[in-house]
Design a protein around this ligand. Structure first.
Ligand code: RB5
Length: 149
């Protein structure tokens, strides 16, 4: 199951991405917000991040105006590696190298065609499992343990 969430700046893109996920026969956990409801992006980011960190969902997708606020907020949840991606190359690289488990994109600064390709690439690319990448992710986890309760 894929968790998805957006703020009021990105309800259109959430609809488009949900349609893509449904076409791919993915189960979707919609963490809001719904059209017309103004909200604070950290609240939505936390819901999506907890669904992924807790194992209920295998990946998360967050959308706000730029994707920046969502990515900052999601990365405060232990176990989350949220990648803000504005291009397909980054979406592929962050899965191969960082084993990112949440994707953040922006509605105000990215075209929808590009965003849909980014989402597909993110979901279709497995972690490389290469030793050097696994080692570096392990180091991130160690850093997390030192500073996050
Ligand atoms: C909302 O106006 C905007 O600040 C938000 O969507 C996001 O871009 C924050 O990073």
């Amino acid at each position: 199951m894929i968790a998805i969430g957006c703020d009021h700046a990105a309800t259109e893109y959430k609809k488009e991405i949900k349609a893509l996920l449904e076409k791919r026969k993915e189960q979707v956990l919609d963490c809001g917000t719904q059209e017309g409801e103004s909200c604070d992006y950290p609240v939505i980011a936390e819901k999506v991040a907890l669904a992924v960190a807790g194992g209920k969902c295998s990946a998360g997708i967050l959308i706000c105006g730029t994707g920046i606020g969502m990515s900052i907020a999601a990365n405060k949840v232990k176990g989350i590696r949220c990648a803000l991606c504005a291009d397909v190359f980054s979406a592929e690289a962050t899965r191969l190298h960082n084993d990112a488990n949440v994707l953040a994109v922006g509605q105000r600064n990215m075209g929808i065609g590009n965003v849909l390709k980014i989402v597909e690439t993110f979901l279709d690319t497995p972690f490389s499992k290469e030793e050097r990448h696994a080692r570096r992710i392990g180091q991130i986890t160690e850093t997390e343990k030192r500073y996050f309760k």
